[in-house]
Design a protein around this ligand. Structure first.
Ligand code: FPP
Length: 234
């Protein structure tokens, strides 16, 4: 039986879910944010230690100004509603992505959530905001090259050390990546971290992704045969 320490989710289908109900796309994102709380609590209760969710990608800036503006406001709405509860539950909030390019208000809200919860030791809810995996790897390469140029280290980087240059430094590799809403793509998400992750693509949209659907995903994951390239003889 595999245990899932690190679950990553691509929360797709908010827009389609809203449209199907005759609502604006932003209503889908609002419902999606509420569902982050539900699933974070459920994941924590099921023993998951790290939950990493894709809230805004480096490609999402291409969406309408109205939608981008709303997605930038959501962290403030979300943490106003739920931060106290997250603190009570011992959750630690972490942001991965390029924070510098976010509007100042959004950045401050996110930083605040990180700082308020930094001593917590429960579930790490890691929110990918202005995140792109290729960008993350590129920035890591730059940081490493700078360390070498500054004489801080020799040019002898090992695979295991590369992690420490990524936004996800100190987090374990992803065990399970789930994408909702039927699309079977990775969309530039955690490319390094999913090297040996199990992948699951579920038909439900993100607002419809209930704790029961999570249970189904974790059950399927627990039954997968993870061999990491080796051979297992029965
Ligand atoms: C993809 O669905 C979803 C997004 C680009 C945004 C996801 C963001 C949230 C769920 C909010 C989380 C926020 C916080 C602060 C926790 P889509 O809109 O592309 O759906 P579609 O493919 O049906 O159009």
């Amino acid at each position: 039986m595999n245990t899932c320490r690190h679950l990553a989710i691509i929360m797709d289908g908010n827009g389609r879910w809203a449209k199907a109900q005759g609502k604006p796309r932003t209503a889908g994102h609002f419902a999606g944010a509420d569902n982050v709380r539900t699933i974070a609590i459920a994941a924590n209760e099921r023993g998951v230690e790290y939950l990493t969710i894709y809230a805004f990608s480096t490609e999402n800036w291409k969406r309408s100004q109205e939608e981008v503006g709303y997605l930038m406001k959501l962290p403030s709405i979300f943490f106003k509603k739920y931060m106290q509860e997250f603190l009570d539950r011992g959750f630690r909030i972490r942001i991965i992505g390029e924070m510098d390019a976010l509007p100042e208000g959004t950045r401050n809200v996110l930083r605040d959530a990180e700082i308020q919860s930094e001593k917590n030791t429960g579930l790490t809810l890691s929110i990918a905001m202005n995140y792109g995996s290729r960008r993350e790897i590129t920035l890591a390469a730059r940081k490493y090259a700078q360390d070498v140029a500054d004489g801080k280290r020799a040019n002898d980087l090992e695979e295991s050390e590369f992690d420490s240059y990524l936004f996800t430094a100190d987090m374990p590799p992803v065990d399970l990546m789930v994408r909702t809403s039927g699309e079977c793509r990775i969309s530039n998400y955690l490319l390094w971290q999913i090297a040996y992750a199990e992948l699951e693509f579920v038909p439900e949209s993100w607002p419809e992704f209930t704790p029961e659907v999570l249970d189904r995903c974790l059950k399927e994951y627990s039954e997968r045969d993870r061999r990491y390239g080796g051979i297992k003889y029965e």
